[in-house]
Design a protein around this ligand. Sequence first.
Ligand SMILES: *Cc1c(COP(=O)(O)O)cnc(C)c1O
Length: 426
Amino acid sequence: MDKFDTSRSCAVLLDQKDPLAKYRDQFLFPKTESGAPYLYFCGNSLGLQPKQTKDHISAVLDQWADKGVKGHFNGALPWLDYNDRLNPMMADIVGALPEEVVIANTLTVNLHLMLVSFYRPKGKRVKILMESDAFPSDRYAIASYLSHINIDPKEVIVTVEPRSGEVLLHTSDIIGRIEELGDELALVLMGNTNYYTGQKLESKRISEAGHHAGALVGFDCAHGAGNVPLDLHDNDVDFAIWCTYKYLNASPGNLGGIYIHQRHANDPNVPRLQGWWGEDKVRRFQMRDAFMPQRGAEGWQISNPPIVSLAAIESSLKLHHEVGMEAIRTKSINLTGYLEYLIDQLQHEQLSIITPRDPSNRGAQLSLLINNGSKDIYDRLISSGVIPDWREPDVIRVSPVPMYNSYEDVYKFVQILQVTLSSCVV
Ligand SMILES: *Cc1c(COP(=O)(O)O)cnc(C)c1O
């Protein structure tokens, strides 16, 4: 890789040539006690606040103040169809048709809703295939859902694990497991991208194998949405869920996204938990007895959505839409490659990168394994003005986010990391 070197001027030059550099100024950076902005590398956990978000939220509050209930139908942006405008922008980000995406509820709740619709055990076809290190909330949701329908989770959850001595999954192992389970397999459900290792899975091949076995295939894209191209529709994924507060900068705990492939989304016979907001729009206010779902993923909405929350999502989606996933991904590959290059140059024995080395198998995040498992390094990074993210038992996750992190951020971070490592010798 001769496009990088270890000088500061290399970082400065890369920033000068960066077409996304101007977007940094659109975000608010948390500050240290001395008032300097933190080097923020935690967008994988909570994305930064766009400066324009406050105005979007204020506009909703003003409309509420001025119009009360009439705000649903009048004003610059009537609330009744507020999220109808947002769903297509979100669909663009995850590579779906507009009708396949809806913003509603929150991630783990949506996982429960997807299980109601897409876990349909029948005869011996009962098994669910997951990764062994799936995010805890996903494991709890699936296990508790199974218990709720009187199925013992231990009987049906099957996991695929890294090979002995490795941390990443091989696609061939996942496909091998799918083929082995064959007509016992009801559902494949995996994280894409993995929250711990940063590994992006080959969703097209996994979907193909799952469908070949007669199963449905869903992905938790909490760490994928806004980070990597997901191409959910073209990869023939059955359903996916994600949150909007990580790479999508939509404020802490904000609503999540649901993708449902059009072949399911437009089928009124797919079982689902119902609420009036999933009802066909023409009938919604007719208050009839029988539920008739709206076509598309909107038919999985339950309640009328919180507009203040949607305002924050709108603000951030507009930025993402303006830049586009292609430009975001192009910078991301280069910026993360630069981080990888600088860390490799440290050649520090206490530190190893466990994230895939091939950019096509990862997003913005590099997971750094601290070989003696000491959290001390992380604590010292924080007090040196860096915010990365710590994952028990022994990993520091560092995510340079293309819209607001600069090459110079990455350069400064690695300088600080080097000093920190040498002062933390065990
Ligand atoms: C962040 C994250 C969640 C969080 O779920 P919420 O319901 O939004 O709190 C769930 N699953 C994965 C894989 C995540 O990364």
